[in-house]
Design a protein around this ligand. Structure first.
Ligand code: KIV
Length: 304
């Protein structure tokens, strides 16, 4: 008896995935030019990355948000390059179509450009990332990475790695001058070669202007609907995160309840001896069973 829904839909998804061309950074640019929206999500392990990829999401970010939603840290600062590499490898093994982007963690590109470059190379070489994402207006580093053939996704606005400097997760670009500064940063990053720019936690009106001005796609999170694409943290979408929810983090499922109910049901079955059933058990071949029964009967007789 299986409680798992039919795999037919999954097989069909996987077959149709074969027919869809691989997403690359140039194809994201084509999507912007064609006015097609870009769908992006985070994923951190093999199983979730497979599901996200087979659902047709264009870009999968192994986000440093995993520090919070997977590893239970208070913010994103603690996660290390080695931990990010470990998760990026798992995602890479799962994904066939989406563009796989690795988030460079706090401290891995905040020193010299050479250090940032060396760490970015690790994500490409050791984990198979197809692009890296870096937070903040790091124009010089962006140029150096692109020169080294490493595609870059920039990330400006509310940059979670700046939590201590910002004094919390606060919406950015809320004045005309701050908005102008964000527009300037976005343009400089695009000119330095960034293939796309993530706009996080900024007013919709500012994101719309940046999107209209920029030659490369914008991918918004808490930045309104005019961005060329949208990204969310998978665990927020699935209702599996335990932090307070931002207003843009629309919940599409309640996986916490679903998992809790499934696990409680399993526990009840174990305690009530309803699991496993006979059909879920392995059996001796009939001849071997007969032999065993005979041996046991002989033993019994000897004991009597
Ligand atoms: O780490 C992350 O998940 C992110 C995205 C939400 C943009 O940076």
């Amino acid at each position: 008896m299986s409680l798992i829904p039919t795999t037919g839909a999954m097989r069909a998804a996987s077959e149709s995935l074969h027919k869809m061309p691989k997403v690359t950074l140039p194809s994201l640019l084509e999507m912007k030019r064609a006015g097609s929206r870009i769908s992006a999500l985070t994923a951190y392990d093999y199983a979730s990355a497979r599901i996200v990829d087979e659902a047709g999401i264009d870009l999968i970010l192994v986000g440093d948000s995993l520090a919070m939603v997977v590893l239970g840290h208070e913010n994103t600062l603690a996660v290390t390059v080695d931990e990010m590499l470990h998760h990026t490898r798992a995602v890479r093994r799962a994904v066939r179509r989406a563009l796989v982007v690795a988030d460079m963690p706090f401290g891995s590109y905040h020193g010299t450009v050479a250090e940032g470059l060396a760490n970015a190379v690790r994500f490409v070489k050791e984990a198979g990332a197809e692009a890296v994402k870096i937070e903040g207006p790091r124009v010089e580093l962006t140029r150096a990475l692109v020169d080294a053939e490493i595609p870059v996704i920039a990330h400006i606005g509310l940059t979670p790695q700046s939590i201590n400097k910002m004094g919390g997760f606060r919406v950015q670009g809320k004045s005309a001058s701050a908005a102008d500064e964000l527009r300037r940063q976005a343009m400089q990053l695009a000119e330095a070669g960034a293939g796309a720019v993530v706009l996080e936690g900024i007013p919709r009106e500012v994101a719309a202007r940046i999107t209209a001005e920029l030659p490369v796609p914008t991918i918004g999170i808490g930045a309104g609907p005019e961005c060329d694409g949208q990204i969310l943290v998978l665990h927020d979408l699935l209702g599996m995160s335990f932090q307070p929810r931002a207003k843009f983090a629309r919940r599409y499922a309640d996986m916490t309840t679903l998992m809790h109910d499934a696990v409680s049901h399993y526990r009840e079955d174990v305690l009530g001896k309803a699991f496993p059933s006979d059909e879920e058990s392995y059996h001796l071949p009939a001849a071997e069973l007969e032999r065993l029964n005979k041996k046991d009967a002989k033993l019994e007789r000897r004991r009597a």
